[in-house]
Design a protein around this ligand. Structure first.
Ligand SMILES: NC(=O)c1ccc[n+]([C@@H]2O[C@H](COP(=O)([O-])OP(=O)(O)OC[C@H]3O[C@@H](n4cnc5c(N)ncnc54)[C@H](OP(=O)(O)O)[C@@H]3O)[C@@H](O)[C@H]2O)c1
Length: 290
């Protein structure tokens, strides 16, 4: 990079992608300012092989309530904002986090006039009916209208999420909807981070991105069983069972309904992005079986 390093504000820094983003930003010479809820947890290694942030972050902002705790000073000296902030397994409303918190960061970024705002969203958010998809899509629409250079990266499934298929295979049986012929191009967090950081100086844009391979869900199951040296056992769940599961989880709670819808819609819709990176799912699963 140039002699005077740029400063990147990273939000969602403690997640699977956030940690890989910190590593790539740090490696590319950015001054990394990270917003975290708990500094001790942030410094420890993350799940699924994601790195600890201890040596990767130059400036810490500890905000237990997230963006609500912060004012424009969090943007002081910031050139670029990178957000991988979103609800996955956390107990929170996606409208509070994916939409409102990201919008708050965007408004603060607009106040001080940062050069760009990169957001890691999700593929097919525009057609999704879950609260998660709708909240993400609403934020993307707000970002696309911003005068800071909007950059929207929509990834296919992460290797971290596909660990669940490996865990099912270890227990001897993996479930899937129908024939399992829906296609995805799963991506490792490090490859996604490399894609994002290498786009930062490119100006406004929107990208659908995946890893180097296009796989069906059924392929993913086979690769997981192969890694364990077992014969694949795929149990096909009828697609109509998906509607019944959504109906039932809607009655448990709005959050359960939203997550179930997000998960099941993901299993019924192709999510294949521009191929990127070098990490294969086979190699990732091999690391899990050691
Ligand atoms: N998993 C997939 O296959 C996949 C595919 C495409 C897109 N995505 C999207 O990509 C983004 C990153 O995913 P990921 O797997 O890296 O997620 P993750 O590991 O759950 O990380 C999410 C980040 O958001 C923060 N966060 C969540 N709820 C919060 C709250 N209430 N207040 C403040 N911070 C909060 C988390 O902080 P804490 O660590 O403090 O909880 C963490 O830093 C998400 O928006 C996800 O939906 C995921």
């Amino acid at each position: 990079m140039n002699d005077s390093p740029e400063r990147a504000l990273l939000v969602g820094a403690t997640g699977y992608v956030g940690r890989h983003l910190a590593e790539r930003l740090h490696g590319d010479g950015y001054v990394v300012r990270a917003v975290v809820r708990d500094r001790g947890r942030a410094a420890a290694p993350g799940a699924h092989g994601a790195p600890g942030l201890g040596a990767l972050v130059d400036e810490w902002v500890v905000a237990p309530k997230g963006a609500a705790d912060l004012g424009a000073d969090v943007m002081a000296g910031v050139d670029r904002v990178v957000s991988a902030l979103g609800v996955t397994r956390q107990k929170a409303d996606p409208w509070d986090v994916d939409f409102r918190q990201n919008l708050r960061y965007l408004e603060l970024a607009e106040q001080v006039g940062v050069d760009s705002f990169l957001y890691v969203g999700v593929m097919n958010a525009a057609s999704g009916t879950s609260g998660v998809s709708r909240a993400k899509h609403a934020f993307m629409e707000a970002l696309a209208r911003s005068h800071v250079a909007p950059q929207i990266v929509n990834p296919s499934g992460y290797f971290s999420d596909l660990t669940e298929i490996y865990d099912l295979a270890r227990r001897g049986m993996a479930f899937g909807l129908g024939d399992g012929d829906v296609r995805l191009s799963p991506i490792h967090g490090a490859d996604l981070a490399e894609f994002c950081v290498s786009r930062l100086a490119d100006g406004p844009g929107s990208w659908d991105v995946g890893g180097p391979e296009v796989l069906t869900y059924r392929d993913v199951v086979r690769i997981a069983f192969d890694a364990l040296g077992k014969t694949p056992r795929y149990v096909s769940v009828p697609r109509r069972a998906a509607s019944a599961a959504v109906w039932a989880s809607d009655r448990v709670s709005p959050r359960a309904g939203s997550l179930t819808r997000f998960f099941l819609e993901g299993m019924q819709t192709d999510s294949v992005g521009e191929p990127h990176g070098t990490h294969t799912l086979r190699d990732y699963y091999a690391t899990l079986s050691r």
